[in-house]
Design a protein around this ligand. Structure first.
Ligand code: TXA
Ligand code: MG
Length: 305
């Protein structure tokens, strides 16, 4: 349904009753459930076919709601002031009196929180007046959805409603920063690392090897076809995803704009994947949002488990 005020109200009622609602954010479409309702959160894992050790991001409408769920810190203050609402998730220690289902954090003593920069998402969060857990609204391991049609293609018979508000402006998931000890980059995403470091006034640490963002399994975001990276041209039978001057069947950004490439990435992969041929991708610079684009591409290209 189109994200009208009455649709948002019905979507909020479905969420409060324990249902699943897919909704737009500025990054990708999320598959939302009431984060205080364990059965509703479990339904997310079931719908996505997601490994249950993988914790979810909790969405809130304002900083007050975020502070009610975690042990807030000065670093959180700095980053929230600079980037919320926006494509940044902060992982913080849980409060002892947390109302969140433990499934949300998959047993970890921390929670990932974010305020999305999207009017329909914010209206939905205010209307439910409770924290909403929402991973990307795609079957686990597949390409993230940046339109309502992508969501329906993967999850149509598994969700109770979808709010349709066109395509997502940022197009890659939020950057995740861990604030449980020294600030760490857990996943590159919609906010560039250099901008985060400027706001913090210090460099971000690397993730601790092996843990921290369990969702960071290698084969992820995968089209059904094989993906070959840093290609200069298509080989026989391949579809080519271009960038800048290297054009192809599709081009992530003819003007070599990395923000545009991020916004187009998943839609391009969906379009090429529908043609069931191997995909080759032009080199993307490892700077700014190019880091997030390359991270997603490397996962799309990784051998399947
Ligand atoms: O842009 C986004 O972040 C989108 C939209 C819908 O908001 N959501 C999203 O969620 O990408 P998801 O579930 O696909 O990715 C969640 C990531 C996973 O890599 C997970 O492991 C990590 O967040 N994560 C969640 N809670 C965590 C925690 N307590 N500690 C470490 N990593 C956590
Ligand atoms: Mg995802």
């Amino acid at each position: 349904m189109t994200a009208s005020p009455s649709a948002i109200q019905s979507a909020a009622e479905i969420l409060c009753a324990g249902g699943l609602v897919a909704f737009p954010t500025e990054t990708v479409y999320g598959l939302g459930a009431d984060a205080t309702n364990g059965r509703a959160v479990a339904a997310i894992f079931a719908a996505k076919g997601r490994p249950s050790f993988n914790p979810l991001i909790v969405h809130v409408p304002d900083i007050k709601a975020a502070r009610a769920l975690c042990q807030w810190s000065d670093a959180a203050d700095d980053l929230a002031a600079a980037f919320w609402p926006g494509p940044l998730s902060l992982v913080m220690p849980l409060r002892a009196d947390t109302p969140l289902s433990e499934l949300v954090s998959a047993g970890l003593p921390s929670v990932a929180l974010r305020i999305p920069d999207h009017p329909a998402a914010l209206a939905l969060l205010r209307a439910t007046d409770r924290p909403i857990a929402a991973p990307s609204a795609n079957p686990s391991g597949r390409i993230s959805p940046t339109t309502a049609a992508h969501v329906l293609a993967g999850l149509q018979d598994k969700i109770d409603a979808i709010l349709d508000d066109g395509s997502c402006a940022v197009g890659v998931e939020s950057t995740i920063v861990g604030l449980t000890d020294t600030p760490r980059l857990l996943r590159p995403g919609g906010v560039a690392t250099s901008d985060l470091e400027r706001a913090l006034g210090s460099p971000l640490s690397a993730p601790k090897p092996g843990i921290s963002a369990p969702g960071q399994i290698a084969s992820h975001y995968a089209p059904s076809a094989s993906v070959r990276l840093n290609a200069r041209a298509a080989r026989d039978g391949e579809l080519f995803l271009g960038f800048g001057d290297i054009s192809g069947d599709l081009n992530l950004s003819p003007s070599a704009d990395l923000s545009e490439a991020a916004a187009n990435l998943f839609a391009c992969l969906h379009t090429l994947d529908a043609k069931s041929a191997p995909i080759a991708v032009a080199p993307i610079p490892e700077s700014g949002l190019g880091r997030a684009v390359n991270d997603r591409l490397r996962r799309a290209a990784a051998p399947r488990a």
